[in-house]
Design a protein around this ligand. Structure first.
Ligand code: AVI
Length: 342
């Protein structure tokens, strides 16, 4: 019914729906996230070859630094992947439709600022959108922005460390689940871990995926790869060193970031970029109950970013239990988006 022009339409004044949000990070560590993380960090730092898991990059500043990395000239993955989605989203929607999936539950793994999903939502028309990320407050704010852009969309945000296992709460629709794992984040797992993770997603008793849209960085020349992880402005160096500030917060340790050098190299034998932090001189780091001496030049391994071939990824997806696999790539074949249906 059309209202007379002097009577305001109150439906327009209703507040927009807000996303449901579950912070599962605390629960994953018996309600003591700090304790679980401290144990994990201490084990990595005290190992003969010291390491810190890459999930610790993503405190509030780390998430912002990563966002800045995605806009750098040298960091080609984000814009290359976006161009593939832009060029091929109709074919992707068609691939889902060919399996009878027209209103998916879109589960966005490592959603970050949700920008990639925001570009895809108008084309895939999900019934439910489930962004998942370890950076809980950053994700909560991003989910609210998605809701403001798509007020009618059912959104369930999940703050969790899915590298430790992906158990989804009941609020996540079981019907027509399509996992969205862009940005080559799967490359931060070893190939064995990646296979296990994909098997879990494809398992009808666990992830219950009908399909997966997966962005994967491809093998290319070493200079291009190394520049992407060691940019001229030093944003990636700051992202890497910020890990130590995050560790200082979590462990009450006394890392001095000025004493550490950012190192990024392509390990061709393992087909991976490695990031390390290298001690500029002999150093002694302390935290409650522990200490570690580092000699000059000694490194802490902070990240692996595996690069795949098209054939290698196709094989991995089939091994994991996906049947129909197709892909789209860019003219230089630097990056690929795979559609894999169970
Ligand atoms: C999140 N992940 C896919 C990024 C990558 O390329 O491995 C993280 C990153 N590390 C340095 N730059 C970007």
């Amino acid at each position: 019914m059309k209202l007379p022009s002097n009577i305001p339409d109150l439906s327009l004044a209703l507040p927009p729906a807000s996303p449901q949000f579950f912070d599962l990070y605390g629960r994953q560590n018996n309600g003591q996230p700090a304790l679980g993380m401290a144990q994990e960090l201490t084990a990595g730092l005290c190992a003969t070859s010291a390491s810190i898991a890459p999930k610790f990059f993503y405190n509030a500043l780390g998430s912002k630094l990563f966002e800045a990395i995605t806009g750098l000239d040298e960091y080609y993955p984000t814009r290359t992947e976006a161009a593939i989605f832009e060029a091929s989203h109709r074919l992707m929607a068609g691939a889902l439709a060919s399996r009878g999936i027209t209103r998916p539950c879109l589960i966005d793994l490592g959603a970050g600022n949700c920008a990639k999903a925001m570009a895809l939502i108008p084309h895939l028309a999900p019934r439910q959108y489930v962004p998942v990320d370890i950076s809980v407050d950053f994700l909560r704010a991003a989910a609210e922005r998605v809701q403001a852009s798509f007020p009618a969309l059912d959104i369930v945000g999940l703050g969790m460390d899915f590298s430790a296992g992906l158990v989804l709460p009941e609020a996540v629709q079981q019907h027509d689940r399509v996992f969205f794992y862009p940005g080559s984040s799967l490359g931060n797992f070893s190939p064995d871990q990646a296979l296990q993770f994909l098997q879990h997603i494809a398992d009808p008793a666990q992830g219950q995926a009908r399909g997966l849209l997966l962005g994967i960085d491809l093998v290319k020349d070493t200079a291009t790869l190394e520049a992407a992880y060691d940019d001229a402005l030093g944003v990636t160096a700051a992202f890497n060193k910020n890990l130590l500030l995050h560790v200082n917060d979590l462990l009450q340790s006394d890392f001095d970031v000025r004493q550490w050098r950012h190192v990024a190299l392509f390990n061709a034998a393992q087909s991976r970029i490695e990031m390390h932090l290298e001690a500029r001189c002999e150093l002694h780091v302390r935290w409650p109950g522990h200490e570690r001496r580092f000699s000059a030049g000694e490194r802490i391994h902070t990240e692996n970013s595996y690069k795949y071939t098209l054939e290698g990824m196709r094989t991995l997806l089939h091994q994991a239990g996906f049947s129909q696999v197709e892909h789209w790539t860019d003219p230089k074949r630097w990056f690929a988006v795979f559609w894999a249906a169970v």
